[in-house]
Design a protein around this ligand. Structure first.
Ligand SMILES: Cc1cc2nc3c(=O)[nH]c(=O)nc-3n(C[C@H](O)[C@H](O)[C@H](O)COP(=O)(O)OP(=O)(O)OC[C@H]3O[C@@H](n4cnc5c(N)ncnc54)[C@H](O)[C@@H]3O)c2cc1C
Length: 199
């Protein structure tokens, strides 16, 4: 793939929810047609340790690991998202022309970047982001990145999940990823955009 439309760094619930919403817009208009997305993930989601009893719509006692697998299956239904394992070390460039550097496997090119790497730390080499202490946790040393109302931290760079400052719950992280996706889709279509299907 020469260049992806959006590269999502972090494949936990926020990153996958963002990818699912982006992918689900595939047939919603010319503005969505032919776009390709990629999720880059180092495989350490907090959800892998969770057994879930309070996530709306998820069966009582379901493992976080199984839910992540189910979301990846939903995404694959649309056929426009690639997945790659690996750790991102740096992001360079500007909107339309980002280069995402992996620890082991070279670079990935993308027009837009979503960062959803969780709130435990932020070690990606990238300019212009404001990393501050997380505002909605009692746990020490958690971080977040400040964004505008469209979840954008710099031109073409969106933040999702706990890294965006939401409380560490499945639904808030998922919702944050979906909001980033809607903000991005709105830039494609030129108007506020959501993705709905009808019975
Ligand atoms: C033990 C435990 C139990 C929990 N139980 C519940 C519960 O019952 N109900 C509930 O609602 N919530 C629960 N949670 C909270 C929930 O798991 C988190 O809120 C949610 O996982 C946060 O999603 P996220 O996408 O922001 O981060 P994460 O899910 O942590 O995902 C971040 C992803 O980014 C990847 N990543 C990080 N850095 C890089 C990098 N440089 N390059 C590439 N990838 C990177 C990581 O590998 C990870 O996969 C629990 C959490 C824990 C730890």
């Amino acid at each position: 793939m020469d260049k992806y439309t959006v590269a999502i760094i972090g494949g936990g619930v926020a990153g996958l929810s963002c990818a699912l919403t982006l992918a689900s817009a595939k047939d919603k208009g010319d503005w969505a047609y032919g776009r390709r997305y990629i999720v880059i993930d180092s495989g350490a989601s907090d959800l892998l340790k969770a057994k879930l009893f309070n996530v709306p719509g998820v069966a009582l006692g379901e493992s976080g690991k199984d839910v992540l697998e189910q979301i990846r299956g939903q995404i694959n239904h649309y056929g426009c998202v690639d997945f790659v394992g690996g750790e991102v070390k740096g992001v360079a460039g500007t909107r339309g022309d980002f280069s995402i550097r992996l620890r082991d496997d070279g670079d990935i090119k993308a027009e837009i970047v979503v960062i959803a790497t969780g709130y435990k730390s932020f070690e990606i080499d990238i300019n212009g982001l404001k990393v501050v202490p997380h505002k909605h946790t009692s746990k020490p040393d958690r971080v977040m990145i400040e964004t505008d109302e469209y979840s954008m931290a710099a031109d073409g760079i969106y933040i999702a999940g706990t890294l965006s400052g939401v409380s560490s719950m499945f639904a808030t992280a998922a919702g944050s990823g979906v909001q980033s996706a809607c903000s991005i889709l709105s830039t494609f279509s030129g108007k506020p955009t959501i993705v709905h299907d009808k019975v």
